[in-house]
Design a protein around this ligand. Structure first.
Ligand code: SAH
Ligand code: F3S
Length: 482
């Protein structure tokens, strides 16, 4: 199963309001994590100032940008296929079209992209989007252009992202960039650079602006949100060198959550992703204190075996993870928890795999995102460990993990049946235009007949039935929050 947060959105091309004075057409599509989708909104905002309106039609695009993901080999192959498609369109009907590659693959492959893929004119890494106007000027003059410099400071805090393909109700706001955790399987620290946090004032301004535009829910984004730390700017790893005053007035993640929850008490807040080794009790306590912080934690664990966790450089044990889960359930009894899991990491034995299954039995996750190990060039695992688990074994173990997750997901959705829960209406249900769909605090999708309600309303829904992924119910009135 290849699943990254919202599978339905993979590759979606993005369209925003058309400005009459803009004469050129941009086709921009994104692959990978939510951060990439959020970055594409920053890119579209920068290009909006450069005379580009967006289009969903490749045939009429002057510029095609693809925001790419390197997390697994399959993600990169998907992008290579898209480049073939652009090439075909260019040959057949749009010879002047220019093509740019953004994001993690751009950062990983750098100038190699220009050599390997003749169709590519422009290569831009995740910290270089503000340089796009200069790079495009070079492309206009017929030269290939590249900027893959990673930054110590860039957080794009000063760019107001345009919201693309938005439902007008939910939005992402990025709060950190990069990652310092160096999990041995992971390419992100290499493609997104060192970890840095964004100024809380600029986060709050973006949140307030979203509220004023009618948005009702914000997801705070980072590779590792619990590690958020603002002390006036700079890298997380340089915090030790900060002054006494900077340290005393620093904002950590729990404080940031509190600032957001209080700034907009009727807005819902979510966050993603949490890393067990960085999640602190005060974050859980802050979640419990505010009704408008959703009761859902995405808490990837990757493996249930202490030996494998160590080889992955995940800096916690199985026991410590259980302690964290126990604390979450004690402080927030109705909190939903989800996992990321990797099957077939190098040296993983059958016993290690059984440890993963038994860990899942202990937690009984509400949701899960599960992957077969994919060796990534340049990572510590690639340099130090042989990718020695046969594909068949990886797949079999992955299937066992997925089957168990499905069983637990159904158990978890069944726990909601009979309850009345607050739902934020996001859109019409995919299956029926007579039904709304939205999510409860725990992030489970809920579908119910439309009645007189509208998108963006907070309603109380009595849950009557469920599948392993969706709750069905009936609205019983507006919620207090509406
Ligand atoms: N902290 C990040 C994690 C990014 S990667 C976040 O914000 O989500 C998302 C998930 O992809 C990881 O948790 C891991 O389960 C999976 N993953 C990362 N590298 C992988 C690899 N080399 N092979 C298979 N799965 C991988
Ligand atoms: Fe990757 Fe581990 Fe960071 S999974 S994004 S190195 S927390």
């Amino acid at each position: 199963m290849e699943k990254i947060i919202d599978e339905n959105k993979q590759g979606e091309s993005l369209v925003l309001e058309q400005k009459e004075s803009n004469k050129r057409k941009l086709f921009i599509e994104s692959y990978g994590c939510q951060m990439n989708f959020s970055d594409s909104e920053i890119v579209a905002s920068i290009l909006d100032q450069q005379g580009y309106n967006t289009t969903q039609n490749l045939e009429e695009a002057d510029l095609v940008l693809v925001n790419t993901c390197s997390i697994r080999d399959k993600a990169e192959q998907t992008v290579r296929k898209r480049l073939e498609k652009y090439n075909a369109v260019k040959q057949e009907s749009n010879p002047n079209m220019k093509v740019g590659v953004l994001g993690c693959m751009a950062e990983r492959l750098k100038a190699k992209f220009l050599e390997e893929e003749k169709i590519v004119d422009l290569v831009v890494g995740p910290d270089a989007y503000k340089d796009l106007p200069n790079l495009l000027a070079e492309v206009d003059e017929g030269r290939d252009a590249i900027n893959v410099i990673l930054s110590k400071e860039e957080t794009y805090g000063d760019i107001a992202p345009v919201r693309l393909n938005s439902n007008g109700v939910t939005a992402f706001v990025s709060i950190t960039r990069g990652c310092d955790n160096m999990c041995t399987f992971c390419v992100v620290p290499f493609t997104r650079g060192r970890e840095r946090s964004r100024d809380p004032q600029s986060i709050l301004e973006e949140v307030n602006d979203l509220w004023n535009k009618g948005y009702k829910e914000v997801t705070l984004l980072g590779q590792n949100v619990d590690s958020y730390l603002w002390y006036g700017g700079g890298l997380k790893k340089d915090f030790d060198k900060a002054s006494g005053l900077q340290k005393a007035t620093a904002t950590n993640f729990s404080k940031l959550l509190e600032l957001c929850a209080e700034a907009q008490p009727k807005m819902r807040f979510r966050f993603s992703t949490s890393n067990p080794q960085d999640m602190t009790l005060d974050v859980i306590e802050t979640m419990a204190r505010y009704n408008n912080i959703c009761k859902y934690i995405h808490l990837p664990v990757q493996s249930g075996s202490d030996r494998v966790l160590k080889a992955m450089n995940r800096l916690h044990t199985r026991e410590e993870y259980f302690e964290l889960i126990d604390n979450i359930k004690r402080i927030i009894p109705d909190c939903a928890i989800s996992q990321d899991m990797i099957a077939g990491f190098p040296t993983e034995t059958e016993e290690d795999h059984q440890d993963t299954l038994s860990l899942m039995e202990y937690v009984k996750y509400d949701f899960g995102f599960m992957f077969a190990y994919s060796e990534r060039p340049g990572t510590l695992a690639e340099r130090k460990l042989e990718d020695d688990i046969p594909l068949d074994t990886k797949k079999r173990r992955l299937n066992e993990i997925i089957a168990l997750q499905q069983k637990h997901a159904l158990m978890r959705t069944q726990e909601h049946v009979g309850k009345v829960e607050e739902i934020l209406i996001e859109k019409a249900s995919k299956r029926s235009d007579q039904h709304w769909s939205g999510r409860n605090s725990q992030n489970t999708m809920v579908v119910f007949p439309k009645g007189n309600y509208k998108v963006g309303d907070f309603v109380n829904v009595k849950i009557t039935d469920c599948t392993s992924a969706t709750l069905l119910g009936e609205a019983v009135g507006y919620s207090e929050n509406n």
